[in-house]
Ligand binder design. Structure first.
Ligand code: UD1
Ligand code: UDP
Length: 352
């Protein structure tokens, strides 16, 4: 059996690593990298660190408007899929690369496998929400990370070939956590002591593309005492420049380039709190038992809110500061599976 995997953005490399490893024991995988992310520290570093095989095809699509980026992906992926004739096309998550892969396959009558199916924020202003809904509705096999995701699909009348296999990012973290602890030197490199700093990531379009929101977020960071380490996503860096905002002037704020996965896990596990708008980082905070503050109005990962491990603040300056300073004693529940999502996915594909 031949499976064509389409990916292109940072979180997809991390999700694909555990699945590819198991998949390739039994099946042929053709890896198609759209090139949505292309900076070495947004792409190549993850292939090296996580031993993801070199893509068979690199489409070099790069950045652009949604239409241009997705359109170019559609044309290029279609050509390859017609040539390769895979039995399935496998996509992850909710990026434009996800949607492009799913749409091409569905139109060519090739069954789509969606990993991380059923997530919903119920906010259609988010490009990711459109990508998820569209992808789920053209998918043949839907692998959900949680029971909530299964229920979300049920409400949209998607009930056939839906599995709750747990979260592949949990697989990834279990596989790499010890390695990160042993190998990463990032804390020493940055002269950071354990539990002495906050870790920040911000990149959601809804936060970065509105100067007022980005200003409010920076104002909150100014009001938070102590060291704040911020590996800054290129989107956010570009937006700060465009709006003439100087984050480096904020006391205690240490802006660094995006880091690899192992360094990121180390930064996360050593932080006293994580402040983020990332989907993956919210979950990793939960897996690592580090309290999280999410700078968004909604989250797809509602399980992280119960028990107080994650607090939603939106972009309100005072809410962000209050949530970061709040003493919390979260209760954690194992709701993201048992760390064997990849095996379950591959087994389910095999049983079809
Ligand atoms: C994309 C996904 C988002 C995901 C995120 C993960 C969509 C619609 N969005 O958002 O769901 O959470 O990836 O990180 O698919 N850029 C670079 N170098 C790169 C990549 C991007 O400089 O290697 C800059 C470019 O200015 C580009 C901007 O970042 O215009 C945004 O990149 P893009 O891939 O369009 O969206 P992300 O914000 O990364
Ligand atoms: N990540 C990383 N280096 C960074 C920032 C994030 O390796 O500098 C990892 C992070 O640990 C998580 C994933 O990237 O596994 C999350 O991706 P991102 O925040 O870009 O996207 P999202 O999950 O919001 O779609």
């Amino acid at each position: 059996m031949k499976i064509a995997t389409v990916l292109g953005a940072r979180p997809q490399f991390i999700k694909a690593a555990p699945v590819s490893r198991v998949l390739r024991k039994q099946y042929t995988e053709v890896l198609i990298h759209t090139g949505q992310h292309y900076d070495p520290n947004m792409s190549a570093i993850f292939f090296e660190e996580l031993n993801i095989p070199t893509p068979d095809y690199y489409l070099g699509v790069g950045s652009g408007s949604h239409g241009k980026q997705t359109g170019e992906m559609l044309m290029k992926i279609e050509e390859i899929v017609m040539q390769e004739k895979p039995d399935y096309v496998l996509v992850y998550g909710d990026t434009n690369s996800t949607l492009a892969g799913a749409l091409v396959a569905a139109k060519l009558h090739i069954p789509v496998i969606h990993v991380e199916a059923g997530l919903r924020s119920f906010n259609k202003q988010m490009p990711e929400e459109i990508n998820r809904i569209m992808t789920d509705h053209v998918s043949e096999l839907l692998f959900c990370p949680t029971e909530t995701a299964v229920e979300n699909l049920r409400k949209e009348n998607i009930t056939r070939n839906v599995w709750n296999v747990g979260d592949v990012m949990y697989d990834a973290i279990l596989y790499n956590k010890e390695l990160a602890q042993r190998q990463s030197t990032i804390l020493a490199d940055l002269s950071l002591a354990e539990q002495s700093y906050y870790l920040i990531t911000i990149h959601r379009a809804e936060n970065t593309d509105d100067p007022d929101k980005l200003k409010a977020i920076l104002a909150a960071f100014r009001d938070i005492d102590g060291t704040k380490v911020w590996p800054i996503h290129p989107r956010t860096r570009h937006k700060l420049e465009e709006y003439g905002l100087d984050a480096s002037a904020i006391p205690g704020l240490r802006l660094i380039d995006p880091v690899g996965y192992l360094d990121m896990l180390r930064l996360e596990s050593g932080a006293k709190k994580i402040i983020t708008d990332s989907g993956g980082v919210q979950k990793e905070a939960y897996f690592l038992r580090v309290p999280c503050v999410t700078v968004r109005e909604q989250t797809e990962w509602v399980e992280t809110l119960e028990g107080g491990a994650n607090i939603l603040t939106g972009t309100d300056r005072e809410k962000i500061v209050a949530a970061v300073h709040k003493e919390v004693a979260p209760v954690y529940v194992d709701v993201f599976g048992d760390g064997h999502a990849a095996e379950k996915i591959v087994a389910a594909i095999g049983q079809r």
